[in-house]
Design a protein around this ligand. Structure first.
Ligand code: FAD
Length: 287
């Protein structure tokens, strides 16, 4: 279908984008890579009065080193994130998860910030951002504010961003020494969305696990942390048995959906299996 008519703005700076959004009011929409928004417009599931295309804002692209964090511009494409040296060095789990996002065509157009702002619970990057403790940098009429990943995802396709705010970048804390990570995704066919996904970050200390962080994809209306698994792993033996026992808690506190790809109890089973696999891989333990 042809989208309903809308005004189109193509700013070249963040401040122009914020002005265009403010003028558009509640019905303004940011356009990034268009991989999710364009189908929504064509299906007439949204009727924005103004579409603010941020594709010409150079300051929103690229990855830079900022001391204890790397900063990924919201308009950096999945392809560029995937091949970025800073990402591979300091947050390899982002590269690993991004590799599983869709196909090369979508990864060349879709953006890191667009995927996170879209907040589809089946999206692979939300759980990763939660586990990494990322900070979301938003610009609005009152200037810049930072939103913790734990506050960013509020509900299905809903984030803490205001209608007049643009997500400009995501700050990814560098993992210190001793941390390793792994992303495990289960989907029906290659290049499809996650039925369930698990991001595991593990810090080992001699023969035990000092700390672990686990992010879950598609186990609720938002990405979630598997808090019960994390507590069970803290101080546990770095053994397959201990990891297996901790992973049994993976579905606690989740609200998995039932849909054509799987029933809730099947997803709960997947969460346990994938958490075990992801933690073992991140901890470097042979199953
Ligand atoms: C066939 C297909 C398969 C896919 N498979 C996967 C998959 O396996 N895993 C996965 O994680 N994703 C998948 N995706 C989604 C993909 O990651 C998209 O890139 C992403 O959902 C949207 O990114 P975008 O840059 O295209 O954003 P757009 O489509 O332009 O925007 C999406 C939404 O986010 C808002 N938005 C975008 N950028 C900003 C910003 N900077 N500030 C404020 N709001 C913003 C828009 O207003 C809109 O509401 C798939 C998409 C397609 C088309």
């Amino acid at each position: 279908m042809i989208p309903a008519a809308f005004e189109y703005a193509r700013p070249t700076s963040v401040s122009e984008a914020v002005s265009a959004l403010s003028e558009g009011g509640e019905d303004a929409k940011v356009l990034a890579g268009g991989q999710s928004l364009i189908p929504v417009l064509r299906l007439r599931m949204a009727y924005p009065s103004v579409v603010v295309d941020v594709g010409r804002i150079d300051e929103m692209r690229g990855v830079r080193d900022d001391g204890d964090a790397i900063v990924i511009g919201a308009m950096t494409t999945h392809h560029d994130v995937l091949h970025d040296d800073l990402v591979r060095q300091h947050a390899p789990v982002i590269a690993q998860a991004t590799q599983t996002v869709a196909d090369p065509q979508v990864r060349h157009r879709g953006t890191f910030g667009g995927a996170l702002a879209h907040a589809d619970p089946a999206g692979d990057l939300g759980g990763v951002a939660l586990a990494l403790g990322c900070e979301f940098v938003a610009h609005g009429p009152s200037g810049e504010r930072r939103i913790a990943a734990s506050d960013f995802f509020q509900d299905y396709l809903t984030t803490a961003l205001g209608a007049d705010e643009v997500l400009t970048a995501v700050r990814v804390p560098k993992l210190g020494d001793g941390w390793n990570s792994h992303y495990e995704k289960f989907n029906r066919v290659a290049q499809a969305w996650s039925i369930v996904g698990v991001a595991a970050l593990v810090k080992r200390s001699d023969g035990s696990i000092a700390e672990a962080r686990v992010g879950l994809t598609n186990m609720g209306s938002t990405p979630l942390r598997a808090a019960a698994v994390e507590s069970a792993l803290a101080g546990a033996d770095a053994s397959a048995d201990a990891v297996g026992a901790a992973a049994e808690h993976a579905a606690e506190g989740t609200h998995a959906p039932s849909d054509l790809s799987g029933a809730a109890d099947y997803r709960e089973h997947l969460a346990r299996v994938l958490t075990r696999r992801a933690v073992l891989a991140a901890a470097g333990i042979m199953p």
